[in-house]
Design a protein around this ligand. Structure first.
Ligand SMILES: NC(=O)C1=CN([C@@H]2O[C@H](COP(=O)(O)OP(=O)(O)OC[C@H]3O[C@@H](n4cnc5c(N)ncnc54)[C@H](O)[C@@H]3O)[C@@H](O)[C@H]2O)C=CC1
Ligand SMILES: CC(C)[C@@H](O)CC[C@@H](C)[C@H]1CC[C@H]2[C@@H]3[C@H](O)CC4=CC(=O)CC[C@]4(C)[C@H]3CC[C@]12C
Length: 369
């Protein structure tokens, strides 16, 4: 991928480029990657905002496609220098079947890998997840751990299982010969809970609060810390890895990196209130309002109701057995591996991340402020 710094010559492909994280990666690349000649945005659902990006100096190519269709992926990858694979089914609410989650997240990733091999694309960055590690099915806490912290990564839920399998495929593909004889260089980035402009779950919490007269009810102890990272910093880490992967292939190839920044360690609900509070919502209770056994019962009833209603309507509440277990298990990271390996530093401070997210929440319909 060696190229002259003056003339934009590179072709990047972002799968899932119209998603929450994907959009930030696309915009960040256009703002901060001067070597770009063409940016291909591959997604099952193309967004209208892509049109506004097609008037700039970089050729933005919108490709409507499905990562489960190998031929579509191969056509999109052919001729690209770097692939950022962020497309995926991010579902812990029972919206998609386990089979579909596997097809998209695992088979789709395999299709991306094989497309790189077949077409000679050398650099592949995969958006993995903290969920590849945990919280595990035993509810073991992961307290300010890093990429080398021993932890029993045992999962049953289709989503974390699919992310773990896909990450393994990507890392194992590192070093395989691509068409033309050069080695494929891969790495995987593991964001913790991403927040920021466009986060659907934050939108869901906000709407739930509006439905209850501006109130949200504490279900999780404030002491249970959950790692969060601002979407702009996750996007920046992807851009940086894509830039450094060629020069530092021996060090970075086949590696995993947690995505992190200076976002504070808080419970999932308290962290959300950093943004929802200034927008008029209140979190009721300094302790969970219901005993844990009752929350488990309610979550189980929600899962039963989802199953009963499925032939008629898709019922996907925030509270289900998996989300309750996740929220109730400490999982935070403390690492500097990305800084040591490729000089990553968060682009956005906590204050900037918070301000940007609050501004976005305030634009949501019904915002009190
Ligand atoms: N949201 C979060 O807190 C975290 C997300 N991640 C990972 O980041 C990536 C992006 O996640 P989000 O932006 O939150 O999700 P998202 O659902 O907003 O974006 C995913 C994108 O992939 C596209 N997509 C889904 N199925 C596809 C298919 N078959 N073919 C082509 N495109 C397809 C969707 O249309 C969507 O635009 C995912 O791989 C997810 O596992 C990792 C850690 C945390
Ligand atoms: C209803 C209450 C119990 C409430 O507190 C439930 C919160 C719950 C919806 C979230 C708690 C932890 C979140 C997950 C975590 O951030 C890790 C993730 C990584 C990903 O790759 C995708 C999203 C998620 C699974 C995230 C989803 C929402 C939570 C389960």
């Amino acid at each position: 991928m060696a190229e002259s710094a003056q003339v934009p010559t590179l072709v990047y492909l972002v799968t899932g480029g119209c998603g929450f994280l994907g959009e930030h990666i696309v915009r960040m690349l256009l703002e901060r990657e001067p070597r770009l000649r063409e940016l291909r945005v591959f997604d099952l659902h193309l967004s209208p905002w892509l049109e506004e990006l097609q008037t700039g100096p970089v050729q933005v190519t919108a490709i409507q496609g499905d990562v489960t269709q190998a031929h579509q992926v191969t056509a999109a990858v052919a001729g690209s220098h770097v692939v950022i694979h962020t497309a995926g089914l991010v579902d812990v609410f029972g919206k998609a079947s386990p089979k579909t989650i596997h097809q998209v997240n695992v088979q789709g990733t395999q299709n991306v890998i094989e497309a790189c091999i077949r077409t000679g694309t050398q650099f592949l960055i995969y958006t993995s997840s903290m969920e590849v590690v945990g919280p595990n099915v035993k509810g073991h806490p992961f307290y300010r751990g890093n990429e080398d912290t021993p932890y029993e990564a045992v999962h049953r839920h289709p989503y974390p299982c699919s992310k773990a399998l896909a990450e393994q495929l990507v890392l194992e593909a590192n070093g395989r010969k691509v068409n033309g004889g050069l080695p494929l260089v891969t790495c995987a980035l593991r964001p913790t809970g991403i927040y920021g402009e466009g986060h659907q779950i934050m939108r869901d919490f906000y709407n739930q609060g509006l439905r209850f007269g501006g109130r949200l009810f504490r279900a999780i102890p404030a002491s249970v810390e959950h790692g969060r990272v601002y979407v702009g910093n996750v996007a920046w880490m992807h851009v940086l890895v894509a830039r450094e992967l060629e020069q530092r292939a021996a060090l970075m190839g086949g590696q995993v990196y947690f995505c992190y920044d200076k976002s504070p360690y808080k419970s999932y609900e308290d962290f959300n209130m950093e943004f929802l509070g200034p927008c008029g919502l209140r979190l009721i209770g300094t302790h969970p309002l219901l005993p844990y056994w009752l929350l488990v019962l309610l979550a189980t009833l929600n899962a039963l109701l989802q199953w009963l209603l499925r032939p008629l309507v898709l019922y996907t509440p925030l509270l289900n057995p998996y989300t309750l277990a996740m929220a109730n298990t400490t999982f935070t990271v403390s690492t500097n591996k990305a800084q040591r390996h490729f000089g990553y530093k968060p682009l956005f401070s906590w204050e900037e991340s918070k301000a940007r997210t609050i501004l976005w929440v305030q634009t949501l319909e019904g915002s009190a402020r």
